[in-house]
Design a protein around this ligand. Structure first.
Ligand code: GLA
Length: 376
């Protein structure tokens, strides 16, 4: 008997998976209409789902407290749902708000995406349910439309004013590639990322410093960027070309300048990274990653001592480049490492954390994996 059967007493109609992600480069650019380059992780949220005809939404998480959360699909109230259930409930709410005929469901979720690690565990929960609802209720939505619905759930049900990168990554990434995404019009291209062929690995260091984008700092940064764009009479900071950066900075209040500098230089780094990957120069990506980290640390100021230590240690131990990934304020670091140096870099980071008295990080190599899909 499967776990779904033991919880809900019958077999599911189908099983779907949606992954977490690491972002190679392009951080805090998505809510500025800019570019991002995420890669899906092998870690996924897996949802077994069955429709119900009584309008009840019954949610169970293998990582939860063993209880079934029971809600009415037609009466979902953001203020009344807490914890992990907000993500799947928010998707049903967002689909219904958009006029889609989504009714009751039994949902069993089992996720191995680390939570609070900047690896988009929440987008994985949202996207897996969006993909399941799309098929079970015959909605006919595209992956990008499902990603936008999942983002709406996070923005308006969960209350985190995130951009669209994480949901697009979870829905649209392909195995063996990075997703080059223009977050303004959602134009996308899969850029091949044959790490193994180039003798490279992508090492993820989850510092275990829990990041929480709901705590106001993320919203404050987003508001700062929007204020800067308005002061410069731009639709979004994406519209400021690097050549016009210096002239724009002097027109802005001092506290907004570093934010604008980060966003403009980071967009340029995404384009540079894509050019390197297109040219087959995967190792050339290293310095771009490290420059991205310096910008997040010194200009955007979203790194923390643990992520800074992981980056500095990885580079000193022979990584080609490293940076924090995700929203920041903790979370994870990625390092581009020659396969032959993987153990050495991982060991150096573990040693440095032990010496500094930090919690032991979780270290694992990331293989570019597939986006949301039906498993059975
Ligand atoms: C979080 C958000 C994303 C993006 C990143 C920073 O992951 O959910 O939309 O803004 O932070 O790049």
């Amino acid at each position: 008997m499967t776990d779904f059967q033991s919880v809900f007493g019958a077999a599911p109609e189908g099983v779907w998976a949606a992954p977490g992600r690491v972002n190679l480069i392009g951080e805090h650019t998505d809510y500025n209409d800019g570019f991002v380059l995420p890669v899906a992780l092998p870690h996924s949220a897996v949802a077994a789902v069955r429709r119900r005809d009584d309008g009840l939404l019954r949610l169970y998480s293998a990582q939860g407290d063993g209880l079934v959360t029971e809600l009415k699909a037609a009466e979902l109230d953001p203020a009344a749902v807490t914890g992990w259930a907000r993500y799947p409930a928010g998707v049903v709410w967002a689909l219904r708000e958009a006029g889609h005929p989504v009714g009751g469901l039994d949902v069993h979720i089992d996720s191995d995406v680390p939570t609070g690690a900047g690896l988009s565990s929440s987008a994985a929960l949202e996207c897996v349910l969006a993909a399941a609802c799309n098929e079970l209720y015959g909605l006919g939505l595209t992956p990008a439309e499902l990603a936008l619905t999942a983002q709406r759930a996070e923005n308006d049900f969960v209350g985190v004013p995130c951009g669209v990168m994480d949901q697009m990554a979870s829905m649209c990434c392909a195995e063996g590639g990075a997703l080059f995404l223009d977050t303004r019009d959602l134009a996308q291209r899969q850029v091949p990322l044959d790490l193994a062929g180039a003798g490279l690995r992508l090492l993820v260091v989850d510092t275990r410093v829990k990041h929480d984008l709901g705590d106001g700092a993320y919203a404050g940064l987003r508001a700062g960027c929007e204020r800067a764009a308005a002061l410069l009479d731009l639709l979004a900071l994406r519209d400021l070309p690097p050549a016009a950066l210096d002239g724009a900075l002097v027109q802005l209040p001092a506290e907004l300048r570093p934010l604008v500098r980060h966003v403009v230089t980071e967009n340029a780094r995404v384009e540079q990274a894509v050019a390197l990957l297109d040219a087959g120069d995967l190792a050339g990506l290293g310095p771009v990653l490290t420059a991205g980290h310096a910008s997040l640390r010194d200009d955007y100021r979203v790194s923390c001592p643990e992520t800074d230590l992981a980056v500095a240690t990885a580079v000193a131990a022979g990584a080609l480049g490293a940076r924090m990934t995700g929203g920041g304020f903790g979370g994870s670091v990625l390092a581009l490492v020659a396969a032959a140096r993987l153990e050495q870099v991982a060991a150096a980071v573990l040693d440095a954390f032990a010496e500094a008295g930090h919690t032991t990080p979780r270290v694992f190599p990331a293989v570019p994996s597939a986006g949301a899909r039906r498993l059975s």
